[in-house]
Design a protein around this ligand. Structure first.
Ligand code: GLC
Length: 557
């Protein structure tokens, strides 16, 4: 049965393989890099793989019993029983813990709680279902052939999006998705009610800009994995997507195509000096735009207009990011020699970045081969810090050119001790300390140097780096990272994060049994075992695809 499960997943994956990517490369400007273009492993192997596997899938499709699709009743993961080799003992433990984190609403599983830490006295909001935290859980369930919970989650959060959202007397935009929600069970009345947080209870009162993007990305992952187009095509999902996009595509005073954000609006949800145009949000924005483009129907004027706006924005956004956020040895040297006070269209130093503001560490950190998207770019300000999530999502969404993706992986290899150390993966590098820490974090005791968001190591990021490794044809890097995680994660009780320059210490205030640490590990393992899963969460820069203008409004190809 498990064998059939695997086949079924792959065959459905292939049947919609044409739905998503159009030839973005035709619409987007070519990068300025002059490294010779190499075809990535993923471009080769995934397309070749999918042809081979599609046949295998079709052959076995008839014998597949749909009843086995919802595996909720089974405790054995498909991924660990399918293969001849013994699964790592941690896998079974991880599945058990992941299932313990399930949250039910009126008998249906709708998400996973952020942490099931019975030892921690302070619950804060770790007893909620966070949208961003649920993503790796959702991918694990999809990869294991259990899509129902993901569908329930997508519908529940869509329903929450419809709520009126206020912070004090101020009404938030219609499209805002919650950061988290909670199910309240009343055992006497036997009722379940939902409460949601759109930022009005969150520390700092910031709305989560990433939630809507993750929601769109997950909707595509669900569609890709199940082949069920009906959910994304439903009028409620179409409307939900448009509402999210309306928030970010509206015109205003902006002179940049990037999205202007407050500190704390994403995974880094406290003040960490990422206000402005944080890389995490820009990469997720790009990916969500591309995912939406693959799912939006164009059967009316509104749909057509929305698609047109997305295409224009993608065009401008990729140009801006690939040029101004990209840093490699050459670029660093150019900035180092910048003239300032240039005026008019001929300016080279467009944002008037003062070379003296380049921090010392970056000169040593930058390898001769390699590069990355820096943390932030705005007038006279470049935040040179490395942020893992944004760079991995840039690879997965093909925001980075194939050359840039390779360079990001080169950097991770060249700076392994700094970025991976003893526990994958540093959320940001380097940490900020002393006076700078005071000014930037507002003296945040949770974000002291090499802790939490300030240079802490987050096991959840393992799934993202693994996906990026597979896409760039470097699975051996992922293997090394997974081995490091396996040497500690279970023994340490699946902590939320690790502290220290090398990530050797369990985080000062880290929760144990943090669900996304558990799910992130499972997703990394399953992807490495079966790289065809990557298609759920990765977008190709594929020249063979039809341009958007010629795309039909339906996905039936
Ligand atoms: C912390 C993290 C945030 C996460 C939440 C729940 O606040 O900073 O990214 O979503 O915990 O795990």
């Amino acid at each position: 049965m498990d064998g059939h499960m695997g086949m079924k997943k792959i065959s459905s994956h292939c049947s919609i393989s044409e739905m998503d990517d159009f030839d973005l490369s035709r619409l987007l400007d070519k990068p300025r890099l002059n490294i010779e273009r190499q075809r990535s492993f993923d471009e080769r192997s995934l397309s070749e793989l999918s042809i081979g596997l599609a046949r295998a899938g079709l052959d076995s499709y008839d014998t597949y019993s749909p009843g086995a699709g919802g595996r909720s009743g089974f405790n054995t993961p498909a991924s660990s029983t399918r293969n001849s080799f013994e699964p790592h003992p941690m896998v079974a433990d991880a599945w058990e813990s992941l299932r313990k984190s399930l949250v039910y609403f009126r008998g249906q599983p709708v998400g996973t709680i952020a942490a099931v830490d019975h030892q921690s006295e302070e619950v804060l909001n770790y007893d909620q279902v966070f949208v961003r935290d649920f993503v790796p859980s959702a991918l694990a369930f999809l990869m294991n052939g259990e899509p129902d919970i993901v569908k329930n989650f997508l519908l529940k959060t869509l329903h929450l999006q419809g709520w009126e959202k206020r912070v004090d007397r101020f009404k938030l935009g219609e499209g805002v998705m919650p950061a988290s929600f909670k199910v309240l069970h009343d055992p006497i009345r036997k009722t379940d009610t939902l409460i949601a947080d759109f930022g009005e209870s969150a520390i700092g009162r910031v709305a989560p800009v990433d939630s809507g993007f993750w929601w769109i990305i997950l909707l595509r992952a669900y569609t890709k994995s199940t082949g069920d187009l009906s959910l994304a095509e439903s009028s409620s999902c179409q409307k939900g997507m448009k509402l999210i996009l309306t928030l970010c595509l509206s015109e205003g005073f902006d002179t940049f195509p990037t999205l202007l954000c407050a500190d704390g609006c994403c995974m880094i949800d406290r003040r960490m000096g990422i206000y402005g145009y944080p890389i995490e949000i820009q990469a997720l924005f790009f990916m969500a735009l591309r995912c939406a483009l693959s799912m939006l129907k164009q059967d009316d004027a509104e749909g057509k207009e929305c698609v047109e706006r997305i295409v224009k924005r993608l065009h401008a956004l990729s140009y801006h990011m690939r040029n101004y956020f990209w840093l490699d040895f050459q670029q660093l040297n150019d900035i180092y020699r910048y003239k300032t006070e240039e005026y008019s269209h001929t300016a080279v130093n467009k944002f008037n970045v003062i070379p003296d503001s380049i921090p010392e560490w970056v000169f040593d950190f930058m390898p001769t081969r390699g590069g990355y998207f820096i943390g932030n770019v705005s007038p006279a300000r470049m935040d040179f810090r490395w942020f893992a999530l944004g760079n991995c999502v840039a690879i997965l969404s093909s925001l980075s050119t194939p050359e840039q993706s390779m360079a990001i992986m080169d950097l991770i290899e060249a700076r392994w001790d700094e970025l991976v150390g003893e526990m994958p993966l540093k959320i940001s590098y380097p940490a900020i300390e002393s006076h700078e820490w005071r000014i930037v974090t507002g003296c945040d005791p949770k974000n002291t140097r090499w802790s939490y968001h300030n240079g802490g190591s987050w096991p959840v990021l393992l799934w993202l780096v693994t996906a990026a490794c597979i896409k760039t044809g470097r699975p051996q890097i992922a293997r090394r990272a997974i081995e490091l995680a396996e040497s500690r994660l279970l023994k340490d009780g699946w902590p939320e994060y690790y502290d220290g320059k090398l990530g050797r210490y369990i985080g000062k205030q880290a929760r144990k049994y943090q669900t996304w640490s558990i799910a992130g590990y499972l997703v990394a393992k399953m992807m490495l075992e079966d790289p065809s899963h990557l298609g759920m969460i990765s977008l190709e820069e594929d020249k063979q695809m039809k341009p958007v203008i010629k795309r039909s409004s339906s996905w039936n190809c």
